[in-house]
Design a protein around this ligand. Structure first.
Ligand code: GLU
Length: 296
């Protein structure tokens, strides 16, 4: 049999940000990624997404380890994004060299004023799209402002990116073949002013570095995949298969927040619940009173 005919070794991951304690929805998501790997004799990896140094805290990272172990979830490898800043910088350098990113000097206030002045500001999945002000700067202006030390972020020029890659799509277990739309997120930030990399850039670089074949994560980040697929194509990285699962909501139909009262895994443990028993309930679709899976 030729090598290409052999089934791919399945690699999944759970990639939480340590900005608070995990809640039951995180537990449910982690179980899905974990169980899919186990069912396929694959590998399940954990990745701590702590690039936002102002919001992430070491005690929440410890909490993630503790909560997963409590549920009975073991991982076969661990990656910590705060140790990977060089890799993100190299990826950004490659994007700069191919001319698909530009420095953006706008503050939030600048963008709000620009949007308020425009009659038909286009909206994407996360709200109004960046109006493109800094895309219009000349190479000389950009260089001069960078040399002058003007604070700036880096944005992906989606138009230039897709002109370079041609039409793109990703494969999603629930949504099928999803074509990448430039206006889903517009010219998104791939490196913030005070951050080594945006979530988008770090995820793409690390899913490839960890050899992830199946990204199983919540629907709340579905739209981000428009950016992720584009960055994969620009950086010459493989595109995993995606499964964006439904989210867990409370009685009012609201998604659980990190501070979800009484529903953090730590609180459930403190109430005397057994982690493995909770994991079995979640697998069987039995949720504690007051929470459920959102309607499709
Ligand atoms: N760190 C992201 C989050 O916690 C992960 C999303 C992903 O799995 O790509 O929402």
């Amino acid at each position: 049999m030729m090598e290409n005919d052999s089934p791919r070794h399945v690699v999944t991951r759970f990639a939480p940000s340590p900005t608070g304690r995990l809640h039951i929805g995180h537990g449910w998501s982690a179980l899905q990624a974990h169980d899919f790997a186990r069912e396929n004799a694959g590998t399940f990896l954990l990745r701590i997404e702590d690039t936002d140094v102002t919001r992430c805290r070491p005690e929440f990272t410890e909490g993630i380890y503790e909560d997963l172990r409590w549920l009975g979830i073991g991982w076969d490898g661990l990656m910590i994004q705060s140790t990977r800043f060089d890799a993100y910088e190299q990826a950004l350098d490659r994007l700069k060299a191919s001319g698909v990113v530009y420095p953006c000097f706008c503050t939030r206030g600048d963008i709000a004023r620009e949007l308020a002045a425009s009659l038909h500001a286009p909206h994407g999945a996360d709200g109004p799209l960046y109006p493109g002000t800094c895309r219009a700067l000349s190479p000389d202006e950009r260089a001069a402002r960078i040399a002058a030390g003007d604070p700036h972020s880096w944005r992906l020029d989606m138009g230039a990116a897709l002109a370079r890659t041609g039409p793109l799509a990703w494969q999603d277990d629930f949504a099928g073949t999803v074509p990448v739309e430039p206006d889903a997120l517009g010219d998104l930030i791939i490196k913030g002013r005070d951050r080594p990399a945006s979530y988008h850039l770090a995820v793409v670089v690390d899913d490839a570095a960890q050899g992830v074949t199946h990204v199983i994560r919540g629907r709340d980040v579905f739209a981000s995949t428009h950016a992720h697929r584009t960055l994969q194509a620009l950086l010459g990285l493989p595109s995993p298969r995606y499964r964006h699962h439904r989210l867990i909501v409370d009685a009012a139909g609201k998604r659980l927040a990190k501070r979800a009262d009484g529903l953090s895994l730590a609180e459930l443990r403190d109430q005397g619940l057994s982690g493995p028993a909770l994991a079995e309930d979640l697998r069987a679709g039995r949720f504690p009173v007051g929470i459920r899976v959102e309607a499709s």
